[in-house]
Design a protein around this ligand. Structure first.
Ligand SMILES: Cc1cc2nc3c(=O)[nH]c(=O)nc-3n(C[C@H](O)[C@H](O)[C@H](O)COP(=O)(O)O)c2cc1C
Length: 323
């Protein structure tokens, strides 16, 4: 399958693995890239720019295909050393950066001077247009279904993707709720040039997370995610667990008066305990509605190849059959 996204990033299949905190290590990113997709190391999971430089070097040892680094700008207690991370990306020879959280205008000149392609993750058409205006090469349009931060507009991809197609000139991929060849064929039909998957890539053999996390995804249905931190305007879609139950109770009790400090215990620094140690009730962790469509733990190669094959079959047989 040849699309503007495969051309832009020099990849074989129009499938991207979105940056994921404490999941997007070199093992996963290289496996996705080796399968012909675009793997993504999560920049801020590395504690310092030096650690990121090391992770990039590890990934390069595991693949000679293109891979990217996710740089997330989110409200954090202490701002990370963004210039240092950007330097590590440039010096590491990385050619693709996925930005997210807020408009990457401040880092754009550095990335563009280094010949890096930038794909910005947005949850709205207006943010996508802004990304286009500041020189991003592509956008990843994240619908309300997505695991992680869906923004505050709550527009699902059935509306968001065609809206993006109507307004954007730069290519975009569909993100949020993407699981298989049906998702890929539907995304292409709605004007996207490929897909970005998060939750689906956690349940793969190479994802270096605890088995408990993969099993929790396999067990989850479409009724098992919740939105937290809405009163803080930092909405996150997470899998329901005891910690999420506590957060929701506090949100109900405190209403608009809730502060980030009220839920610190359930959200701050919990990812290593969940993803690496498998302590499933340690805190809130991002998970998409798409968990309900995930029933196995394939290798990245199996996942990417069957997704493309299934999409091709849908287009050739099912869709053409209607004509
Ligand atoms: C466990 C987890 C952690 C994530 N961490 C990040 C992150 O650090 N930065 C980011 O930009 N997106 C993050 N995301 C969002 C994904 O990159 C992707 O946009 C999203 O998962 C797409 O929705 P899906 O899960 O339905 O495929 C995360 C998602 C998950 C499931």
């Amino acid at each position: 399958m040849k699309t503007k996204i495969t051309e832009l990033f020099g990849i074989e299949h129009p499938i991207i693995q979105g940056g994921m905190h404490f999941v997007g290590f070199a093992e996963l990113a290289s496996a996705v890239s080796n399968a012909g997709g675009l793997g993504m190391i999560t920049g801020l999971t590395q504690r310092s720019p030096a650690d990121l430089a090391n992770e990039i070097a590890r990934c390069r040892d595991m693949t000679d295909k293109p891979f990217g680094v996710n740089l997330t700008f989110l409200p954090t207690v202490n701002a990370p050393d963004y210039p240092g991370y950007v330097k590590a990306i440039i010096e590491g020879g990385v050619k693709v950066v996925e930005t997210a959280g807020r408009n990457p205008v401040e880092v754009m000149p550095y990335l563009k001077d280094a010949g890096i392609k930038v794909i910005h993750k947005c949850t709205s058409v207006r943010h996508s247009l802004k990304a286009q205006a500041i020189g991003c090469d592509a956008v990843s349009v994240d619908g309300f279904e997505c695991g992680g931060h869906p923004g505050e507009d709550d527009i699902p991809n059935m509306i968001l993707l065609p809206r993006a197609a109507d307004e954007l000139e730069i290519p975009f991929v569909a993100s949020g709720g993407m699981a298989d060849g049906r998702s890929l064929a539907a995304a292409l039909a709605m004007g996207a040039e490929g897909i970005n998957m998060g939750t689906r890539f956690i349940a793969t053999k190479e994802a270096p997370v605890h088995e408990n996390v993969k099993q929790a995804i396999l067990r989850a249905t479409e009724l098992d995610t919740r939105l937290i931190m809405r009163p803080l305007r930092n909405t996150e879609r997470v899998l329901y667990n005891d910690a999420v139950g506590k957060i929701l109770e506090k949100e109900k009790e405190l209403g608009d008066k809730i502060q980030f400090s009220d839920i610190l215990e359930e959200v701050a620094g919990v990812y290593p305990r969940i993803m690496l140690e498998g302590e499933m009730d340690a805190g809130a962790w991002s998970c998409g509605l798409v968990a309900s469509l995930i029933h196995d733990i394939p290798t990245c190669e199996e996942l990417v190849h069957r997704t493309v094959k299934e999409a091709e079959d849908i287009i050739r047989q099912r869709l053409m059959g209607f004509l």
